[in-house]
Design a protein around this ligand. Sequence first.
Ligand code: CP
Length: 311
Amino acid sequence: MMTTKPSTRSIVSIADLSKEEILDLIELASWFEKHPDSKILDGKVVATLFFEPSTRTRLSFETAVNRLGGRIIGFSDPAATSTSKGETLKDTIKMVANYVDLIVMRHYLEGAARYASEITDVPVINAGDGAHQHPSQTMLDLYSIHKTQGRLDDITVTMVGDLKYGRTVHSLLMALSHFRARFRFVACDELRMPEEFRTFCDRNNIEYVESKDFSPEVIAETDILYMTRVQRERFTDLMEYERVKDLYNLDAQMLGVAKSSMKVLHPLPRVNEIAQDVDDDPRAYYFQQAKNGLYARQAMICTALGIDPRK
Ligand code: CP
């Protein structure tokens, strides 16, 4: 029989979640994969406020709510809202909070989701804030790793491409710090993993090796190959973007040295960093990974609302 916990909570950063809470969310996501249409959000209204473009995150959050019997309001084009008349983020959040039980928000400013969570009692889930954090992507990444590797502990994760602006790699690195992961960071100088995250690894005794070379040796030792898009929208200098955008591309032939158990993940969208011929390799997992987002987000929505359907 379902019970409702009294307390709600925001999920703004992956650092808001303890190891035990992450493991519980994975277990809950697994439950939702078996029961995706449980009508446990009957009477709940969720707002999806997307100040930046999205396909997967917004649609999977909205599918998650719809399948659970809740209702959705929101926008995907801020130009069609009173933001375009000069309304502040503060006022927008305070207005929307009058109408809903939960806010899911993507914003181009780092820290916007934290700010939103501090000015309202309605829980906020961060659906990506600038180059900072993307905790729901991380939960679906962790769920995908757990499903494909049978564990989260002692995994060698190679992150390739835009490690500077990539909020997904930043969030994933922090989450995997609970699980003794080993990292390989493959990036050019311009897109190197930022110092704050290298310092985080040093302080937490997390093994990492940096390389500019996307070599067969790196691929061969990898359990999870996490490819990323070089994000044009994050560059102020478009000449720099042109210089670095095609440096790291994966094709099917390169997977010849990879473990059979290895999986290629990508938060998507991709541009050309994964060739189409990789899609037919059994190690390509990015489309299933995106599907896992539905279950991971159902788990996060219910956790934010204090609802546990397993009880
Ligand atoms: N991975 C991800 O955030 O995709 P969207 O930008 O399409 O939501």
